[in-house]
Design a protein around this ligand. Structure first.
Ligand code: 5GP
Ligand code: MG
Ligand code: MG
Length: 181
């Protein structure tokens, strides 16, 4: 069923069960890759909060988690300007870091954060993103774990918002009349 948020209409795109299957598969893969280590997950707020919760509940083995917050989106467009509003509060030196993102669009937010991270000499850094829009990428960001590759269309749900609304939706929705529909 299509839904309205503010002035726009959205149609169903990725079902909850498909999301959960991919998130569980990524959790299994990360649990294997970091066996015997104690990775530090750094979750990018706000959008990644649901992905973070579902993923980490399924990790087998020891880990730690911390949160940072960046903002670049206004409405349905990336503003191009990335602002950090909640900083790193944990020592990352020599740690095995897994950065958790909801979606990689231009890659601008991650580029800024990876630069900040590298100044603090982490042991290793990998990226897990629930979604990626390969057609929108402007910076050479390589994600190590990806849930879904999607076209360059605006989506909401499962943590992702349109001007504050839609984060609670269990499925992911795409804006109506998008290129993929
Ligand atoms: P980037 O810096 O890679 O261009 O975009 C980073 C952030 O913009 C994402 O982490 C996400 O919060 C937001 N974003 C990018 N694409 C979408 C989208 O299709 N829908 C929503 N709701 N947010 C998006
Ligand atoms: Mg994000
Ligand atoms: Mg947003």
């Amino acid at each position: 069923m299509n839904i309205s948020l503010h002035d726009k209409r959205f149609e169903p795109y990725i079902k909850e069960v498909a999301i959960q299957n991919r998130v569980n598969a990524i959790a299994e893969q990360i649990s294997d890759d970091y066996k015997g280590k104690r990775p530090l997950f750094i979750s990018m707020l706000n959008g990644a909060f649901w992905f973070t919760a579902d993923l980490l509940r399924n990790i087998v083995g020891e880990f730690e988690v911390s949160f940072v917050k960046f903002k670049s989106y206004h409405g349905t467009q990336s503003s191009g300007e990335v602002v950090q509003s909640l900083g790193l509060d944990i020592d990352v030196k020599d740690r095995d870091i897994v950065v958790l993102e909801d979606i990689i669009d231009t890659g601008g937010t991650l580029k800024v954060f990876l630069e900040v991270l590298s100044q603090h000499n982490p042991g290793s850094v990998k990226i897990a993103s629930l979604l990626i829009k390969p057609g929108a990428l402007k910076y050479p960001i390589k994600a190590d774990y990806v849930g879904f590759e999607i076209p360059n269309d605006f989506i909401v749900g499962y943590g992702l918002d349109y001007d504050g609304l839609g984060r609670n939706l269990r499925d992911i929705y795409v804006i109506e009349n998008s290129s993929g529909s």
